[in-house]
Design a protein around this ligand. Sequence first.
Ligand code: NAI
Length: 393
Amino acid sequence: IMGCYSWSKQACYSPLPHDLLKSHQLTIRTTPNSNMKILAILYQGGNAAKEEPRLLGTVENELGLREWLTSLGHEFIVSDDKEGPDSVFEKNIVDAEVLITTPFHPGYLTADLINKAKNLKICITAGVGSDHVDLNAARSRAISVLEVTGSNVVSVAEHVVMSILLLVRNFVPAHEMIERGDWQVSDIARNAFDLEGKVVGTIGAGRIGYRVLQRLVPFNVKELLYYDYNPLPEQAAKDINVRRVEKLEDFVSQCDVVTVNCPLHEGTRGLVNADLLKHFKKGAWLVNTARGAICDKDAVAAALKSGQLSGYSGDVWNVQPAPKDHVWRTMKNPLGGGNGMVPHYSGTTLDAQARYAAGTKEILENYFNGAPQTPANIIVDGGKYVTGSYGQR
Ligand code: NAI
């Protein structure tokens, strides 16, 4: 397992990580039945999904799996209804053997639900990030948790680069001004900067974090930094001239831009809180496409309001869908800008959907056939964390 982990670090800067993924395998013990109940919690796609079949991650298009699964004799239940005891999710989890979820519309598989899910053997995340499953509870029941590792890491890295640029260059208020019919260059330019010459750092330098740094090299930033308990392979760090900072407070105090790219787990929930925000450079920009709950909701809103942060941008929220009155929807810096929030979509571009739908099918196929799973996809198996990314254990 350690071998697989160090390999996955290598793959994080390989141009073709998916090809490498295929060659390493680890066995998951399974006892597949022929007539399984498979439950998928996906997001409602509405008209868009009817018009655009490539929106595979929706309730309407069912990851493209229905025909295949029913031809194999399995029962396939798909819904977006996930909250409360009467929801399709909670009613069907009690006897489902396989659960498929996405981080975009997370079916929160709590310890309580795991307790009720007597037949559940495998949870598949169609995408990357399995924090919506209580991983420790899954471990104690020896339920396997897998995700489609690598499937949307480029999609997110591109979104991060875009988010950094739109904050630093003060893009959103500039566009809003144009739509309003106004034109006052100085109101925008007073808070617009170049990315060149700034220090940019990532919390988490895994597949996404490393790709973000790679993509920033041509911008001639002053320095690239990272904070991660797993150091990058020496050559990978050299290739992009990135420096590791071992103490989080030291790290943030040196960054003009901080981007969060680690999973949500016990060690990262609320990591960016009021205390840590005090160590940020005054007026820094913060981009979080990892998970909303890594950043303290109210502390971030307060830091933006006070100008301690100049901007906050991301697509992930502490609860999804975010309530209408969520403070992150409308929070602003003292100059009325600095908010780059969008719904959770950075990792669900049409390109990404094709990859995570195919990856989900591959995991299911392996499971049905009792075949080994690709190790990099395995988060929890046999009562243990197989990944090294969900905290130091
Ligand atoms: P990865 O497993 O390749 O890398 C994660 C890195 O974070 C690892 O190097 C790990 O050591 C590091 N890490 C873990 N805990 C840390 C801590 N306390 N401090 C510093 N570093 C820590 O994962 P990948 O593919 O880069 O994805 C990262 C996360 O991004 C996912 O877990 C998910 O939550 C999020 N994500 C968001 C998407 C979106 O659509 N917004 C889509 C895909 C992923």
